[in-house]
Write a protein that binds this ligand. Structure first.
Ligand code: ASP
Length: 626
């Protein structure tokens, strides 16, 4: 039986036939004749714009690039990523050189000559030579009035830069970031695949919805009422690869999470996704440390390994956050006992609660550098984060005495104990917060970072830009209380319990720590992973009994876990965030070639875009009137 196959090329041909032909277009008025059918074959280049030096004097060369400057028909400066080269136009060639719009792409053939005395530019690698033009080809004339001047990109609003990303990409910083990213990824692959036996495997991006984790993007299918989802990570596939005997897997994996508009999130992002069989936590951490040492750019200094490790509990207690920025000290101190024993009326109702605590942090130089307005801005951070909780500010005066209404009510002995704990110096500012469990820590953790930025904005050096303080945060809780009751996985439901707590899984799941680990640098979480549950009964118990999830959606994984599954574990590093830290950029958008805006749209192509009802019919979808 013959079937009519419509291939995508035929479809595009049909579409092309429906478009107006060149002949039809010729009837329209153009401000200049359309440049059609005049494209000459391109003869190549002999050198880039950044490599000619005195050793090339006398050579005939051909260079290509974008017009960076053109002055008085006397010379043109050509630019490509490698550098700039000055081209001199001799008098007899002037008639052949058109008036070139900046950013036009041209090809120049000419002789390399030494620049005349006094005209050398020592700041340019090519500053001792120039190319004397013999022949010029305009490869692509740039239209006048581009939306912005490439040299001024830092003055241009990001929305406009994203709309014309192909122009923005010409700026040096973006070029440098993307090239560094490519180099680091290359070295990661070299380390993992060439030196450590990892297999680079691609996993599907059309998957099915499964329980737990982040919100997934839904993709319609031709089967009525059935949908694919885009995977939030290749988690299940990488575990299934271990069951399949792949042993050591890596993928530079695209992941998708539909988290609405969040400032530093992208709906699609890239992970260096790793999974290994027959490993324990130390093996995974050790591998990642060595991989980072291998791919770390020389210009960023040497990484010292092993990275320090900190338990989740310690991170929360000392820094008020599970991704501490350890480039500066100002740690949180527990002053519950001092305040409790001082018997102050204000604190009594709080301290009567069993899980209440009072914490304090000493901000070095805070009283000296912060205005009253700054201090009230800190107070509003507290209000945003925890209404009705206790928060006090104490200034340390020049003579070292503490200044605050609170201190007036404290006994001399309590004040001495506070000082002994916090070790304040004159000009410091003590922040004190009370609440339940880690509440006061979280408030002070935020304020600690806020104060560091505020001090830096006033010219005080708190964190060194060149420092990379890596650390592992370990021993996270396996489950967290869920809004509305019950518990949810702190990470994902496949994480194994900490061996010391595994016996509590059936009786006290909230007390169980996990074998999850996070990689943190300078206050950013850049990776996370775990040793996985590799036993079907335990996985089923966690899903059904602890998390109250429907196991049927994960039957493929549960089946696999009882089909000969090796113990395994892995990690995923967020490549975009890692690169933002390495490149020292404020936003991950600066290390992604074509990022989405904070609300998930592409200002350049205008995605997401409307699809006709006819096309939606194939997917049994009807748009609701809004
Ligand atoms: N799949 C996890 C994530 O995307 C990482 C891991 O457990 O390997 O966060």
């Amino acid at each position: 039986m013959s079937r009519k196959v419509v291939c995508c090329f035929c479809k595009s041909l049909q579409a092309a036939l429906q478009r107006p032909s060149v002949r039809q277009l010729a009837g329209r008025s153009f401000s200049k004749p359309p440049d059609i059918g005049r494209q000459t074959s391109f003869s190549g280049r002999s050198h880039t714009c950044g490599e000619l030096t005195k050793t090339d004097i006398g050579k005939q060369v051909t260079i290509c690039g974008w017009v960076q400057h053109q002055r008085l028909q006397q010379f043109v400066v050509l630019r490509d990523w490698h550098g700039l080269t000055q081209v001199i136009i001799p008098d007899e060639k002037k008639p052949a050189v058109p008036d070139l719009a900046l950013e036009s792409v041209i090809q120049v053939t000419g002789l390399v000559q030494e620049r005349p005395d006094g005209q050398q530019n020592t700041k340019m690698p090519t500053g001792e030579i120039e190319v004397v033009l013999k022949d010029i080809q305009v490869l692509n004339e740039c239209k006048p009035n581009l939306p912005f001047n490439i040299q001024d990109f830092h003055k241009v609003k990001e929305a406009l830069r994203m709309e014309y990303r192909y122009l923005d990409l010409r700026n040096k910083d973006l070029q440098r970031n993307l090239r560094l990213r490519s180099e680091m990824v290359m070295k990661m692959r070299e380390f993992l695949c060439n030196q450590n036996g990892f297999v680079d495997v691609e996993t599907p991006t059309l998957f099915r919805q499964t329980p737990g984790g982040a919100k997934e993007f839904v993709v319609p299918s031709r089967f009525a009422g059935k949908f694919y989802t885009l995977p939030q990570s290749p988690q299940q596939f990488k575990q299934l690869l271990m069951v399949g005997g792949i042993d050591r897997y890596v993928q530079i994996a695209r992941c998708y999470r539909d988290e609405g508009s969040k400032p530093e999130r992208q709906p699609e992002f890239t992970q260096v996704d790793i999974e290994m069989s027959f490993v324990n936590q130390d093996n995974v951490l050790d591998l990642v440390e060595h991989m980072l040492v291998h791919c770390w750019p020389e210009s960023k200094g040497r990484l010292s390994i092993p990275f320090p490790r900190m338990t989740y509990h310690e991170a929360m207690a000392k820094y008020g956050v599970d991704k501490p920025d350890t480039r500066f000290d100002m740690q949180i101190c527990d002053v519950t006992d001092i305040i409790r024993e001082s018997n102050l009326e204000t604190f009594r109702p709080l301290l009567d609660q069993p899980s209440a605590s009072i914490q304090a942090v000493n901000i070095t130089g805070g009283a000296l550098h912060f205005s009253n307005k700054d201090i009230s801005s800190l107070q509003s951070v507290v209000q945003e984060n925890s209404a009705e909780k206790i928060f006090k500010v104490i200034k340390v005066k020049e003579d070292g005495s503490l200044q605050s209404p609170l201190v007036k009510h404290l006994r001399a002995d309590d004040v001495s104990r506070l000082k002994a704990t916090l070790k304040p110096l004159s000009g410091d500012l003590i922040l004190l917060s009370g609440g339940n469990q880690f509440e006061p820590h979280s408030v002070l953790g935020r304020l600690r970072l806020e104060c560091a930025s505020l001090l830096e904005s006033k010219g005080v050096e708190v964190r060194k830009k060149a420092d990379f303080n890596f650390l592992w945060v370990v021993d996270f809780p396996l489950f967290l209380p869920k809004e509305g009751g019950g518990v949810e996985s702190a990470h994902h439901p496949f994480t194994a319990a900490h061996p010391d707590d595994a016996h509590l899984l059936t009786t006290h799941p909230n007390q169980v720590r996990s074998q999850h680990y996070d990689l943190v640098v300078n206050g950013s979480e850049i990776g996370g992973g775990s040793i996985r549950i590799h036993n079907a009964d335990e996985q089923r118990f966690v899903l059904e009994k602890v998390l109250q999830e429907d196991c049927s959606e994960l039957s493929h994984l549960l089946d696999a876990l009882e089909s000969g599954c090796p113990p395994h574990g892995g990690i995923a590093l967020g490549l975009d965030r890692l690169m933002a830290v390495v490149c020292g950029t404020p936003s991950i958008r600066d290390v992604i070639a074509f990022p989405k805006s904070h609300d998930g749209k592409d200002p350049m192509s205008k995605a997401p875009a409307v699809v006709s009802q006819e096309e939606l019919d194939v997917y049994h979808i009807q748009i609701k009137d809004t």
